[in-house]
Ligand binder design. Structure first.
Ligand code: ADP
Length: 217
């Protein structure tokens, strides 16, 4: 289903979010105070506009309240990021996701009702660290301090055995969400599905349990 997104602030983060959403076929309004940035995103957005995200009148004129999701990607200007978020929430926008620069910025955004607070450098750093320490981990998403999802090469002991035989949930406390085999992706594996050599598993669980599972060969 096609959704409507507005992205305010077209630094590196804002540009990659806009470009990807547009590529995925969604409607994207890209906004920045800097005209050059706005001109550069013309082909990777549906509409683009030079405007100040802290200017309520300008935001209303752009019809910002009609958007399902607004992403505030104003970087270094923390004051503008906070003011813009406050304004958007006061205008009744349901889903406002904001890029935070640091812990204090995060705290304020949380207090004023930002729906999701993103730390791209921190999140990416975590994922890269996971790749570095474990050769088996292909990708990693942190869900909370305790839980995450990992994409991992199927350990050898699973080879040619079915999920029911392996009983991974009972033995490790983790759940297999999906199995990738070449170009095929089984997103709701059944108990009788077999794991084969070179399969990639998508696994969710507590970090300690996932670690135990990763370390088993
Ligand atoms: P990143 O770290 O993602 O590259 P930057 O801090 O470099 O982020 O970029 C933030 C963008 O936000 C800049 O293009 C800047 O012009 C834009 N910006 C700053 N203040 C506002 C504002 N009040 N309204 C809209 N855009 C803004």
């Amino acid at each position: 289903m096609k959704k409507q997104f507005a992205v305010i602030g077209l630094g590196r983060f804002g540009v990659s979010v806009s470009t990807e959403l547009h590529k995925l076929g969604h409607e994207v309004l890209a906004i920045d105070t800097n005209e050059t940035k706005v001109n550069e995103i013309v082909n990777d957005s549906t509409h683009s506009s030079v405007a100040d995200g802290t200017d309520e009148k300008a935001m209303r004129e752009l019809g910002i309240t009609n958007f399902d999701h607004v992403i505030v990607a104003i970087g270094d200007n923390i004051q503008a990021s906070i003011l813009c978020t406050l304004l958007l929430k006061e205008m009744g926008i349901e889903s406002v996701w904001v890029k935070a620069q640091n812990y204090y910025h995060h705290k304020v955004l949380d207090k004023i009702g930002a729906d999701k607070i993103i730390h791209p450098e921190h999140d990416m750093g975590n994922r890269i660290a996971q790749h570095l320490v474990s050769e088996k981990v292909i990708d990693y998403i942190e869900l909370s301090d305790d839980f995450s999802i990992v994409e991992i090469a199927a350990p050898k002991f699973m080879n040619e055995r079915t999920l029911i035989e392996l009983d991974i949930r009972a033995k490790f406390g983790v759940t297999i969400l999906g199995i990738k085999r070449g170009k095929n992706f089984n997103i709701s594996p059944m108990a009788e599905d077999q794991i084969l050599e070179n399969d990639i598993l998508i696994v969710i669980g507590h970090k300690n349990d996932l670690k135990r599972f990763e370390e088993t060969t």
